[in-house]
Design a protein around this ligand. Structure first.
Ligand code: ZN
Length: 317
């Protein structure tokens, strides 16, 4: 099923970004204001345009390309500040000051019916939730860093982010939502975690109920009652990974678990095919007592949306 690609152009996206950069704060004192804050943001954003592994290579590429493809003319940058200058200018500016650009882009995507290409499973939008790490260092850290202590006594500081995106099986493109940063919150001494970040994101992004049906997709990290309840309160459906959280279960136990959670009984052969698809290894037999098995199943904090039934039934055919 080949759908037409999403047609929002790069220049259109840059224009949306441009609109949001007019009133960014600039707290610099003194005369040396060769580069504006706006140009620093555009220069930082342009790195994604060339997809270069280093900023230096990116700058070289931007200068090399001539004519239409020239990133410098596309971004309206006559001179590109170096990465240190960009860092200095952008560090004091909270990312959320440019988040409005996501809303503008979504509006465009809806007005131009592009969103229709992403609907599936009875007219639903699917939002995949996942966390990713974008910074780590053994030395450099800030008050918002999370950290890992290693056995040898060393410490790694890191920053992660949850990046919700609209996905569809028929589309290679995704549509981004504003990310939720996993970072130590202001005034908190406790480290932040992905679950807390997802909850913050859910609170900020309730579904406009009459307009949309949205199903959240998540791995077993999100199979917590508090997240599922909040997702429902905010108007979402959800499908959360079931198998990963039971990676010591046998095929028979997984069949029981699925039946308990969904009301659908599949054969062991089908379950075998599902687990192969998911690259999941299963114990051949289990010496556990019934009681233990029972309590493990009770403890599996798994909540499935209606949709998984269809998926299972499909693979059963
Ligand atoms: Zn930090």
């Amino acid at each position: 099923m080949n759908q037409k690609a999403v047609t929002i152009s790069t220049s259109q996206l840059i224009e949306f970004l441009d609109q949001e950069l007019k009133n960014l704060p600039d707290n610099r004192k003194g005369e040396n204001k060769k580069y504006t804050v706006k140009n620093a943001v555009l220069a930082a954003f342009s790195v994604f345009f060339t997809q270069s592994p280093s900023f230096l290579q990116h700058q070289r590429l931007m200068k090399q390309k001539k004519g239409k493809d020239n990133g410098q003319s596309l971004f309206g940058l006559s001179e590109i500040p170096c990465d240190n200058q960009i860092r200095k200018l952008l560090d004091p500016i909270p990312a959320k000051l440019v988040f409005e650009v996501f809303r503008t882009t979504h509006q465009w995507i809806e007005n131009n019916q592009v969103i229709e290409q992403f609907k599936c499973l009875n007219n639903q939008l699917l939002i995949a939730l996942d966390g990713t790490e974008y910074y780590h260092s053994k030395k450099l850290n800030c008050p918002h860093c999370n950290y890992r202590k290693h056995r040898n006594g060393s410490v790694t500081y890191y920053h992660q982010v949850v990046t919700p995106v609209i996905v569809a099986p028929q589309s290679k493109q995704v549509i981004n939502f504003p990310p939720e940063f996993i970072k130590k919150q202001d005034g908190k001494t406790k480290q932040d975690c992905e679950n807390a970040a997802v909850k913050r994101w859910l609170l900020k992004n309730p579904v406009e109920r009459e307009k949309k049906q949205i199903t959240l997709l998540g791995d077993n990290l999100y199979s917590r009652q508090s997240i599922c309840e909040l997702a429902l309160e905010q108007g979402y459906n959800f499908v959360i990974e079931i198998i990963e959280s039971n990676n010591d279960a046998t095929l028979e136990e997984l069949c029981d678990l699925l039946q308990e959670k969904t009301g659908v009984r599949v054969s062991r052969a089908t379950m075998g095919r599902i687990t192969i698809k998911l690259n999941y290894s299963v114990k051949k037999n289990s010496a556990r007592s019934r009681k233990k098995k029972r309590s493990r199943m009770d403890n599996a904090k798994i909540h499935l949306g209606k949709r998984i039934r269809e998926l299972i039934e499909k693979s059963n055919q």
